[in-house]
Design a protein around this ligand. Structure first.
Ligand code: TXA
Ligand code: MG
Length: 329
């Protein structure tokens, strides 16, 4: 990758044994390191260290009431910190390592800073499907709290350049692992209630979760905040993932002042196309990088063509709706 922009003070580490060992040293030292997961880059700090967790909130400009996901390399470590119940075990067997975060009750001996839970008695945990991330956790000898490595409410980063442009002067280092393969944040599932609730849609769909849990009635918030969950998962805030330019959905063509983000074979006139073949996995992987790209261009708005509301398309549309919310045309 190119040299970091001026003003950035973070080290750019290679995705190799050397880089990971250096990064783990920073984490053990209470500093922050950004690293790739399969979904998006995370802004990582020692989850057991109050000061490190506070510095994550500060670097992102994130409200303290919005809890963090804690990343682990194996289930035996997770079950020290949360009540890893039977439903969690089933889902872990099916989807981990992978893009599913489980919200579970904190255990009596939970080692994780209460600030990572935003003072609540629950904790979101996951094992990422990325070797570097897991090696970093193992070498750091601690679970790593990691929200997406962007400023609060802005677009999530899917490559090291995105991280450096927003947080380059707030973190010790970033491990440059290239582009994230999934490109959209993990599905967040609340397992602390009788009927599990998808708090944030993602790559793992409600249909897949339901089929693993069998008869359990899994509820989908549909991206809307039902009563009582506004604070439980503030990542569901209506305006989130937002570019600087206003974003307009379900457009067939752009107005003269707008760029056009297309989807599918009919979108040859688009400025950029999420997936010329209409593949939702490809579209998710391109989504945030293309929004950032268009946001930097010489237009004053971004028009987005329709994306089908099926499978991963639900998560893509969820992110687009939040990015669009509050945008004036
Ligand atoms: O894919 C991902 O999940 C990425 C990578 C880095 O793992 N992380 C990520 O973290 O997207 P963040 O902080 O940007 O989003 C975490 C979401 C937020 O919506 C937050 O409110 C919710 O998870 N969350 C975290 N802990 C929670 C808890 N205890 N109860 C309910 N929601 C929680
Ligand atoms: Mg985020």
């Amino acid at each position: 990758m190119n040299a970091p922009p001026s003003g950035s003070t973070c080290k750019v580490l290679a995705d190799d044994a050397h880089g990971i060992t250096e990064a783990a040293g920073y984490i053990r030292d209470g500093q922050l390191v950004a690293f790739a997961t399969e979904t998006v880059y995370g802004l990582g700090g020692d989850a057991t260290d109050d000061d490190a967790v506070v510095s994550i909130f500060k670097a992102k400009g994130r409200p303290r009431f919005n809890p963090l996901i804690v990343h682990y390399a194996d289930i035996s470590e997770i079950s020290r910190d949360v009540d890893f119940n039977a439903r969690a075990q089933k889902l872990a067997a099916a989807f981990w390592p992978g893009p599913l975060s489980l919200v579970l009750p904190r255990s009596a001996n939970c080692r994780i800073s209460l600030m990572a839970s935003a003072g609540m008695d629950t904790l979101a945990v996951r094992i990422p499907d990325h070797k570097t991330a897991r090696r970093l956790i193992v070498e750091s000898q601690t679970p790593i709290a990691a929200p997406s490595a962007n400023k609060s409410n802005h677009v999530s980063p899917t490559c090291a350049e995105h991280v450096i442009s927003e947080l380059g002067s707030d973190i010790a280092a970033v491990i440059d692992c290239g582009h994230c393969t999934v490109g959209i944040e993990s599905t967040v599932l609340d397992l602390t209630v009788e009927n599990p609730i998808v708090l944030r849609p993602g790559k793992v769909t409600i249909e897949e979760i339901t089929s693993v849990l069998g008869t359990t009635n899994v509820m989908n918030t549909g991206g809307n905040s039902p009563n009582g969950h506004d604070i439980k998962s503030p990542g569901m805030l209506k305006r989130h993932y937002a570019p600087h330019q206003p974003l307009r959905m379900d457009a067939q063509k752009a107005e003269p002042h707008e760029s056009l983000l297309g989807f599918g074979p009919e979108a040859s006139h688009a400025t950029l196309n999420l997936s010329p073949s209409g593949d939702l996995d490809e579209a998710a992987a391109n989504l945030f990088a293309m929004i950032r790209d268009l946001d930097r261009r010489d237009f004053s708005g971004i028009a987005v063509m329709p994306v089908p509301e099926t499978g991963l398309g639900c998560a893509i549309n969820d992110r687009l709706r939040r990015a669009a919310h509050g945008s004036s045309a």
